[in-house]
Design a protein around this ligand. Structure first.
Ligand code: SF4
Length: 360
């Protein structure tokens, strides 16, 4: 859903600020692209409205898309149906209508509870608005609530992060996604002024470890490098990306992994609206399952399953030997025929993954 009220200065996702007049044609285009799959008898048990800011759509439009999905796919009765929401774009009535439309999981882009940090990020909401949105969602009957938290915001300190974590965890939420602010080239944040104020390497590591520890003390168990959940509230949808399951992405810049092929839709909003079907480019015609398994499973706390690795033709002996070395350094653990990274290991996951890939 590539619409936002305005672009945040750090964001390089494909989305346009303003342009609400295009939303209705956009919804029709999304529905056409969903109908394309009708007749293929595809089972779906998760739906994810991601952004941009999908909460800019009316609840009725979200409901129409969900109906189109259940007409065109075998949508499970207990499907997880998530929407990303910007706290500045919903009120209690809209949240109630979203719940009636079929939404049962909501992910709020809260980012921080400190208003000066939110202003620095160019967010359109205060923490008080975010807090009310979370409470309204809960009162509307959406029990599965996630909040995004940002680490490394300019001038953020361990104390202000601590306050953000404690305040978020005091809300009726079940999931937290904690992402490090990354300066993307070409965004307004890609300038010396901001770069001199964001966390350096050492502080970033401290903030990450502090987050993992503090969230765990609040009962949010880490299950992925950036994701923490109360038991049983892991994002079923996002787990599909990391477990190499199929997914179909609809909308400009959406990615898919379907029938063994990875492909991406063109980043062109007007082109998407005016074409019968989205233009797709194959990004990988035959992904290397072994490499993808290693890269993705090491993002997850469940880690590499040696049986699966063997089934994919991987070198279990070398992998285990190397992971034992990482275990000695406190970066990994080996348990029940699986090897996985610790929070400290996640800080250097890129090097660990490269190392393991080179040993296959
Ligand atoms: S609201 Fe989200 S998607 Fe939109 S510009 Fe801000 S960070 Fe990017």
């Amino acid at each position: 859903m590539p619409f936002c009220v305005k672009k945040c200065p750090y964001c390089d996702f494909y989305s346009v600020g303003g342009k609400p007049e295009l939303i209705s044609d956009y919804v029709n285009a999304v529905r056409r692209n969903i109908r394309k799959y009708k007749g293929e008898n595809i089972a779906a048990d998760t739906v994810y409205f991601g952004g941009g800011t999908p909460s800019l759509l009316q609840a009725g439009q979200i409901g129409e898309i969900i109906s189109e999905i259940s007409d065109s796919f075998r949508l499970a009765d207990n499907a997880e149906i998530s929407i990303e929401a910007n706290p500045g774009t919903v009120d209690r009535y809209k949240l109630r209508d979203l719940k009636s439309a079929g939404i049962n999981r909501i992910s709020f882009g809260v980012q921080s509870v400190v208003d000066s940090e939110l202003a620095q990020l160019g967010r359109i909401h205060t923490f008080e608005q975010a807090r009310s949105s979370v409470l309204d969602a809960f009162l509307a009957g959406i029990e599965n609530i996630s909040c995004d938290l940002m680490l490394g915001i300019p001038n953020q300190t361990p104390d202000s992060l601590s306050l953000s974590i404690d305040s978020l965890c005091a809300l009726p939420i079940k999931h937290v996604s904690a992402y490090m602010l990354k300066i993307e080239s070409g965004t307004p944040f890609d300038c010396d002024y901001i770069k001199s104020r964001i966390a350096g390497e050492e502080l970033s590591c401290d903030l990450y470890l502090q987050t993992a520890e503090k969230l765990s003390s609040h009962g949010f168990l880490q299950y992925e490098i950036s994701n923490f959940a109360a038991s049983g509230f892991e994002s079923r949808h996002n787990l599909k990306y990391w477990r190499l399951d199929d997914y179909i992405g609809i909308g400009p810049s959406a990615h898919s992994y379907f029938k063994g092929v990875r492909f991406a839709a063109e980043k062109n909003l007007l082109g998407f609206i005016s074409s019968q079907y989205q233009k797709e480019t194959v990004t990988d015609p035959s992904p290397d399952k072994l490499s993808e398994y290693i890269m993705l499973s090491l993002r997850l706390c469940e880690g590499i399953d040696f049986e699966v690795l063997k089934g994919l033709g991987g070198n279990v002996f070398e992998t285990e030997k190397q992971m034992k070395k990482f275990e000695g350094a406190g970066l990994a653990e080996i348990k029940n025929n699986r090897a996985f990274l610790t929070p400290k290991g996640f800080l250097v996951s890129n090097s660990v993954i490269c190392d393991i890939l080179n040993r296959q």
